[in-house]
Every structure is written in C-alpha cells, then in structure tokens.
Ligand binder design. Structure first.
Ligand SMILES: Nc1ncnc2c1ncn2[C@@H]1O[C@H](COP(=O)(O)OP(=O)(O)OP(=O)(O)O)[C@@H](O)[C@H]1O
Ligand SMILES: [Mg+2]
Length: 382
C-alpha cells in the first residue's frame, strides 16, 4: 500500500515539474520581456508617449516626455494633450496627420513639428508622430526632442554670421576710406607749408592731427577685423617684458607714475612676440591711464599649475562690476578720446594663443591675469 502511495506522489512530482517547465517558463519570459521593453520605453533619451485616437487620452508616457511637460507621469496618463498644455493648433496638426494615415501604412511619419506649450517659459520641442495599432485601439506614438538649446545655438550662429558680415563690410569700407584720407592729408600738409598765416597754419596742423587720429582708429579696427597668421616662436615672456620695460617706464615717468617689474621663474612658451608686445602695451596703457599721479603699475610673471601667468596690476579707480562683462567689446570705451579697441585686440590675441584673460577689479585697482598654456599651443589660424 505504502509503495503505491510513494509511486503516486512520485508521478505528481514529475507532473508538477513538467507543468512548471512548460507553462510557467513562457509566462516568466513574457513578464521579463515586458519589463525589458518597459525599461527601454521609460528611460529612452527622447520623449515617448502613446495617445489613444478615439478619446485623445495619454495611455503611456516616459520620463523624458514628462520632464518636458514639467509634470509627473501619473498626472498625464488619462489626460488629453490640450489638458497638459499643448497648443490647440499644434495638436490639431498632429491629429490631422494621424487621421489621414492608417496604422503601419508606411506613409511618411509626421516629422519634427516645432511646438511650445501654452505656458510661460516653455521650451521649444520637436515632435514626430506615427500612427500605430495597439490591440483594437488606434493610437499615436509620439516622440519629442527638446530643442531649446539647439534653437538658441542656431540663433546665436545667425547673429554671429551677421556680425561677421558687418565686420567684413566695415573692414572693407575702413580700408577704402584711408586712400582719400591720405590724399586730403597730403594737400593739407602742402597748404600748411605754403601759407604764412600763422592762424591758418595751426588750423591746418589741427586738421592733420585729427586725420591722423582717424587713421589710427581705422588701423586698429583693421587689426581686429583682419585675420592674420601670428608668427609663433618659442620665447620667454621675461625677455619680452625686459625689452619693453624702457618703453613703458618712459610712458609712466612722463605721467609721474611708477612701474615695477618682478619676473618669476618661468619656462619658454610658444608666443607671437609682436602680438604679445601689443597686448602688454595696451593693458599697461589702460593701467597707467586709470591711475592718478604717484600710482604704481606692477608687472609680474609666474608659473601656476600648467600655465605661465602674466599679471599686470594697477592702483587705478577700478572697473565697475556692470562694465566688467563689456570689456573686449569693440568700441566700448569710457574715455573721452578712447576708441575702445585696445582690449578687443588683447582678447583676440589671447584667443589665438589659447590663453585666457581674467580681470579682478575693485575701487583700489585692477589686475589683468593672462594665463598662457604651458603645452605647445594649438596654432589657430585666425
Ligand atoms: N586698468 C583699467 N582700469 C580701469 N578701467 C579700465 C582698465 N582697463 C580698461 N578699462 C575700461 O575698459 C574700457 C575699454 O578699454 P580699451 O582699452 O578697450 O579701450 P580704451 O582704453 O577706452 O581705448 P583705446 O582703444 O584707446 O585703448 C576703458 O575705456 C575703461 O573704461
Ligand atoms: Mg585702452
């Protein structure tokens, strides 16, 4: 009797194993497959949502899509696009497309429709849609890409392009103006030599000076607009500054100001000596102009991390915070006779050297820190 019972239990055990293997396994596979696709859907790096066409309700929506809407998933499911902020015109376009294209028809899907929500500060997104059949329901599968940054990048590119064109035109005009100016200057000089009238002589002299000033402005502007290939050499900044020292010193002496040069232990770097000379002179000139008599301009060099730093510090009136961001903008000047091109040229030179300019300023003075990379710079052609 006991033998029969054991036999019976044995059959049940075998049957159970067969059932588990043949019935449970497929369910497990289906469940893990569902989980797999759900994870892909939820965490896809583009916004995805499924909308039922019959009542326009969201059936599914992923994280990326809800992030754009600024809502939680559960607040969107069951709602219509209009209820979560879609613009009526945009939604009609999507719906019209869906109604005119049967599911899986292979017709071209609706691509990159630019939308923005009916809500202040909403970003711009591109929507693509495809009609799909899920069970008995016709649905719209909608993808969304946030293109706010792309859009602003594009706007900036258009602006720069326009600026570039204006720059090129201005450079062309500036160049052409110089020829007639040279002619006028020549005649004025001739008239000045011929006339005996001292009053007229000084007027003519003044006119020539004004023409020269205009010519200097044009020359500086052209330096800024023109793309020239800097002549890079392995050079030591200290040597360059030592050579320049007498020139800056002479400038400061005539203004009753002092200059201090403290060269640090720095390695040679790849620079264009002509360009850096212009940069140093422009920054030193600004520093001297900002200081009252007795002030001291300090020029320092040192090595810091992977850079060689040139620091030019003055004891001038400083630069107000709101003007700091304007530094380097062509023609930005607070000086009566300034052209506002000095620092623009410096920034352009720094860029071509892969160097960065930091400005620290307070009412006690201003410090320009120019950091040159130690590694051989990538010689840029502009
Ligand atoms: N060291 C400084 N201290 C205070 N203000 C400064 C200093 N350097 C620059 N600035 C401010 O930045 C402005 C722009 O300087 P930038 O050298 O470009 O032109 P500018 O000196 O006015 O004219 P220029 O083209 O003749 O050099 C100056 O007008 C001044 O207001
Ligand atoms: Mg200047």
């Amino acid at each position: 009797m006991a033998g029969h019972i054991f036999k019976f239990l044995g059959y049940i055990f075998i049957l159970k194993n067969i059932l588990i293997k043949n019935l449970h396994e497929p369910f497990k596979k289906i469940a893990s497959g569902f989980q797999y696709f759900n994870t892909v859907f939820q965490f896809a790096p583009v916004g995805l949502s499924i909308i039922r066409i019959s009542d326009n309700q969201f059936l599914e929506i992923n994280h990326c899509f809800t992030n754009y809407l600024g809502l939680l998933g559960e607040d969107v499911i069951g709602k219509t696009p209009l209820e979560v902020g879609f613009n009526a015109t945009d939604w009609t376009k999507i719906l019209d497309y869906a109604k005119n294209n049967k599911p899986h028809s292979g017709a071209t899907s609706l691509g990159n429709l630019e939308i923005s929500l009916e809500r202040e500060g909403s970003g711009i997104a591109a929507i693509s849609a495809e009609t799909i059949q899920l069970g008995h329901e016709e649905c719209i599968l909608m993808s969304l890409t946030d293109i706010k940054e792309l859009k602003s990048l594009h706007t900036e590119m258009v602006r720069l392009d326009r600026l570039n064109l204006v720059g090129q035109m201005a450079a062309g005009i500036a160049h052409e103006i110089r020829n007639p100016m040279t002619t006028v200057r020549g005649y004025l000089q001739l008239m000045g030599e011929k006339t005996q009238d001292m009053g007229q002589k000084s007027t003519l002299h003044f006119m020539i000076e004004e023409l020269d000033r205009a010519n200097t402005i044009i020359k500086e502007f052209l330096t800024l607009a023109k793309s020239h290939k800097p002549n890079y050499q392995i050079f030591n900044l200290n040597t360059l500054l030592q050579n320049l020292h007498p020139l800056i010193e002479a400038d400061s002496f005539t203004q009753n100001k002092q200059i201090r040069f403290t060269p640090g232990d720095i390695p040679d770097i790849e620079i264009s000596p002509k360009d850096i000379t212009q940069m140093v002179l422009n920054i030193c000139r600004n520093g001297l102009e900002a200081m009252s008599e007795g002030g001291c301009l300090t020029i320092q060099t040192y090595k810091k991390n992977h850079t060689v730093v040139l620091a030019i510090k003055d004891e001038g009136h400083g630069i107000p915070k709101e003007l700091l961001e304007k530094l380097g903008t062509p023609f930005f000047t607070t000086k009566e006779s300034g052209t506002g091109l000095g620092l623009s040229i410096c920034y352009k030179i720094a860029k071509s050297h892969n160097a960065r300019i930091d400005v620290l300023s307070s009412p006690e003075g201003t410090q320009f820190l120019i950091s040159f990379p130690l590694q051989s710079i990538l010689i840029s052609s502009d």
